[in-house]
Design a protein around this ligand. Structure first.
Ligand code: COA
Ligand code: AMP
Length: 631
C-alpha cells in the first residue's frame, strides 16, 4: 500500500491487523496475547500479555544487529562549545552502567524516578536507564520553578531524583541544584537520594548522606541487563498543564509506545535506520521524549541532541550550521523557533553560508504554523515544510502529512490529514457531528491508537473527567477546529484555559491560582494574547480588595514575581493591570474568552448572559492602554 487513503482506511477498519503488522518492528521477549484488549473501555490496552523492554529495542538490538559503531547521539552544544558523538555501543555501555547505578540505590521495576536536567546526553542516559530496569521516569522541564518540581515530586513519589548542577540558557548560566534542594524542601514526599551530574560550567554543593555524584557512583557500578516488562507497564509519567494548578500526569505504556513511535519514524518522517534526525526541542517536553530520545533510537537512526537556541548561540545561523555539519536529513521544531530566526535574519544571510543540500524536510508542531512563517521558510529553504498536530497526551501526531507513505499537497493553515489509527471528527457541544467546514470540538473516536496516554498517574477519575466524559465514546482533544471537504483538518486553538507560549504548554488557570493568593487581589483573569514571536503570551487583569489603595503598578510587579517564582520563567508572565471590575455572566462566570477576543482584536458578540455590558468598554480601554487593542 503506497497510498495514504488506503492505508488510513485500513488502519481504522482493520485496527488490530494494522497494529499487529506494525508490532513486527519491535523485538518481543514474549509475543502479546491480544493486539487490543477492549474489555474495559475507555481503558483500552495494547499488546496485552506481551513482554519486552523499550531500552533493549532502542539500544541493545542495534548493537547486536550491526549498528554498534554507528553514532546514536550527536551532542552539539554551542553554549559550552562541545561536540560529542556517542555510538550505539558506547550508549549501551553508559546506559547499562547507569542502570546498574540506579539498581545499586534500590531502584526496582515499578519505582518512579524524577529527572530534572538540561539538554545534555546524561538526560537521555537517565531516561533509558530507567526504562532498562523497568523504572518509571518523570522528566520535569528545567524552566519550571521549585514549586512546580515539588508538586511533581509529591505526586510521582520518586525513589530518587536525578539532576545536573546547572544549565546554560542562551548566555545565562543557571544553577539547577539549589532549585532541586528547594523543591525537595517544599515537598512532603521524602527524597532520600539525589544523583547530581556536576558540569564544568557550574559546581553544586552536595548534601552529605543524600546527594551522590553521578561520575563517582557510575565508577563503582556494574552494567545490568534489561528487565522484562509487560507491554502495558508504564514507561514514563509526563506532567502537562491542565486547567488548574495541578498538572496532569500522562502515562505512557511500553509496548504500544514503542510500536507507534517506531512506525512513525519511517511512515510519517521518512527516516531510515542510519540517517540523521534532529528534533530541536527539550527532553522536558513530549517532543523531546518521543523524538529526541525514543523514536530515533528505536529506529536505529542518529539523533542530534542540541543544547542551544535558534538565535543567539551564537547567531541566527545556528540551525543551518547544525544541519550542514551533521548532515541532518530532517528537522522537527516549533514555529516560534523559525519566527525567531526570521526576525534576526529575514534575508537568510546566514542560510546562504551553509551547504544544506542534505536537508530534506522541516516538520513543525507545538502551535499553529502561521502562513507568514510557512512561506518565509519555504522560500528560503526550498524543502517541504510539514505542519503536524499533536499533544502530550497522544505522544505522536494526530494529524500530519505521512511523507513515508505518500506526501499529500500542503494546504496553508492545515496540518493535513489524520494519521493512520486516528478517527478524527468534529462535533458541537452536544456531541453532534458537524458538517465539513464548520468549527467545533475536535474529538477522536475510541480506541485511541497505541502510544497514546493510557490513563493519568494515580488518577483514573481525572482521566475520565478530562478526556472521556464530555463526548462518550470519543477522546476530547480540547482543541477546536474543522475538517474541510477534502478531509484536511484545521486546528484553530484550545477550547480550555491552556495556552501555548513559544510552543510550551501552560495553564492560565494555574497562573490565576497564584495571583489570587496575593493579599491585595480580590479576583483576577489570565488569558492568552497573540504574540508575533511566541504565538501567545499571558495577560492578567486583576481587581483589588476593598480598602486597598496601593499603586496598581506595584502590585503588578509583585504578581509578575510571584508567577515567575512559582511556575518559573517559562510562564513568561510579564503583563498585568489593575481594573475596577471584571466582566461576568449573571451566574458569576468570568468572561475570559470575550476579553481574549478584545485583546486580540477579534470580532466578538456581547454574551447574552453578561451581567453588565458596560464593563466590556472598561476592559477595552484597559487593554488598549496596555497596547493590545489596535483599533
Ligand atoms: N531552564 C531554565 N530556564 C529556561 C529554560 C530551561 N530549560 N528554557 C527557557 N528558560 C527561561 C528562559 O531563559 C527565559 O527566561 P527569562 O525570562 O529570564 O529571559 C524564559 O524561560 C522564557 O523562555 P523562552 O520562552 O524559551 O524564551 P526565550 O526568549 O529565551 O527564547 C525562543 C525564545 C523562541 C528562541 C525559544 O522559545 C525557542 O527556541 N523555542 C523553540 C521551541 C521549542 O523548543 N519548543 C518546545 C516544544 S516543540
Ligand atoms: P503539548 O501537549 O505541549 O504538545 O501541546 C498540545 C497543544 O499544542 C495542542 O492541544 C494544540 O493546542 C497545540 N498544537 C500542537 N501542535 C499544533 C499544530 N500543529 N497546530 C495547531 N496547534 C498545535
Amino acid at each position: 500500500m503506497a497510498n495514504y487513503d488506503e492505508v488510513f482506511k485500513y488502519s481504522v477498519t482493520n485496527r488490530e491487523e494494522f497494529w499487529a503488522e506494525a508490532a513486527k518492528g519491535i523485538t518481543w521477549y514474549k509475543q502479546y496475547d491480544s493486539v487490543l484488549d477492549s474489555s474495559n473501555p475507555p481503558f483500552y490496552k495494547w499488546f496485552s500479555g506481551g513482554k519486552m523492554n523499550t531500552c533493549y529495542n532502542a539500544i541493545d538490538r542495534h548493537v547486536e544487529g550491526g549498528r554498534a559503531d554507528q553514532v546514536a547521539i550527536i551532542y552539539d552544544s554551542p553554549v559550552t562549545n562541545t561536540l560529542k558523538k556517542i555510538t550505539y555501543k558506547e550508549l549501551l555501555e553508559k546506559v547499562s552502567t547507569f542502570a546498574g547505578a540506579l539498581a545499586s540505590q534500590g531502584v526496582v521495576k515499578g519505582d518512579t524516578v524524577v529527572i530534572y536536567m538540561p539538554m545534555i546526553p546524561e538526560a537521555a542516559i537517565a531516561m533509558l536507564a530507567c526504562a532498562r530496569i523497568g523504572a518509571i521516569h518523570s522528566v520535569v522541564f528545567g524552566g519550571f520553578a521549585p514549586h512546580e518540581l515539588a508538586i511533581r515530586i509529591d505526586h510521582a513519589q520518586p525513589k530518587l531524583v536525578i539532576t545536573a548542577s546547572g544549565a546554560i540558557e542562551g548566555k545565562k548560566v543557571l544553577s539547577y541544584k539549589p532549585l532541586v534542594d528547594s523543591a525537595i524542601e517544599q515537598s512532603t514526599h521524602e527524597v532520600k537520594t539525589v544523583i547530581v551530574f556536576q558540569r564544568d560550567i557550574v559546581q553544586s554543593d552536595m548534601i552529605a548522606g543524600r546527594d551522590l555524584d553521578w561520575v563517582e557512583l557510575v565508577s563503582k557500578s556494574s552494567p545490568v541487563g534489561c528487565t522484562e516488562v509487560d507491554a502495558t507497564d508504564p514507561l514514563y509519567i509526563l506532567y502537562t498543564s491542565g486547567t488548574t494548578g495541578m498538572p496532569k500526569g500522562v502515562i505512557r505504556d511500553n509496548g504500544g509506545h514503542a510500536v507507534a513511535l517506531y512506525w512513525t519514524m519511517k511512515n510519517l518522517y521518512n527516516i531510515n535506520p542510519g540517517e540523521v534526525w534532529w528534533s530541536a526541542s527539550d527532553v522536558g517536553w513530549v517532543v523531546g521524549h518521543s523524538y529526541i530520545v525514543y523514536a530515533p533510537l528505536l529506529q536505529g537512526s542518529t539523533s542530534v541532541f542540541y543544547e542551544g537556541k535558534p538565535v543567539g548561540t551564537p547567531d541566527a545561523g545556528a540551525f543551518w550550521r547544525v544541519i550542514s555539519e551533521h548532515k541532518v536529513k530532517s528537522l522537527f521544531t516549533a514555529p516560534t523557533a523559525f519566527r525567531a530566526i526570521k526576525k534576526e535574519d529575514p534575508q537568510g544571510v546566514h542560510f546562504a553560508k551553509y551547504d544544506t543540500s542534505c536537508f530534506e524536510c522541516l516538520y513543525l508542531a507545538g502551535e499553529r504554523t502561521d502562513p507568514d512563517t510557512l512561506h518565509w521558510a519555504e522560500n528560503l529553504i526550498g524543502v517541504p515544510i510539514i505542519d503536524h498536530w499533536w499533544q502530550t497526551e497522544t505522544g505522536w501526531a494526530i494529524v500530519g502529512n505521512c511523507r513515508g507513505i505518500e506526501q499529500l499537497p500542503v494546504k496553508e493553515g492545515s496540518p493535513t490529514k489524520p494519521l493512520p489509527g486516528y478517527d478524527v471528527r468534529v462535533v458541537n457541544d452536544e456531541g453532534e457531528f458537524l458538517p465539513n467546514g464548520t468549527n467545533g470540538n475536535i474529538v477522536i473516536k475510541l480506541p485511541l491508537p497505541p502510544g497514546n496516554l493510557t490513563t493519568l498517574w494515580r488518577n483514573d477519575e481525572r482521566f475520565l473527567k478530562s478526556y472521556m466524559s464530555k463526548f462518550p465514546g470519543y477522546y476530547d482533544t480540547s482543541d477546536g477546529g474543522f475538517i474541510d471537504a477534502d478531509g484536511y483538518v484545521y486546528v484553530m486553538g484550545r477550547m480550555d484555559d491552556v495556552i501555548n507560549i513559544a510552543g510550551h504548554r501552560l495553564s492560565t488557570g494555574a497562573m490565576e491560582e497564584i495571583i489570587s493568593n496575593h493579599p491585595d487581589v480580590a479576583e483576577c483573569a489570565v488569558f492568552g494574547a497573540d504574540d508575533q514571536m511566541k504565538g501567545q503570551l499571558p495577560v492578567g487583569l486583576f481587581v483589588v480588595k476593598a480598602g486597598v489603595t496601593r499603586d496598581g503598578e506595584e502590585i503588578k510587579k509583585e504578581l509578575v514575581k510571584m508567577v515567575r517564582e512559582t511556575i518559573g520563567p517559562i510562564a513568561c508572565f510579564k503583563d498585568a493591570m489593575q481594573v475596577v471590575r471584571l466582566p461576568k455572566t449573571r451566574s458569576g462566570k468570568i468572561l475570559r474568552g470575550t476579553m481574549r477576543s478584545i485583546a486580540n482584536n477579534q470580532e466578538y458578540r456581547t454574551p447574552s448572559t453578561i451581567d453588565d455590558p458596560a464593563i466590556l468598554g472598561e476592559i477595552t480601554a484597559a487593554l488598549a492602554k496596555m497596547g493590545y487593542v489596535k483599533k
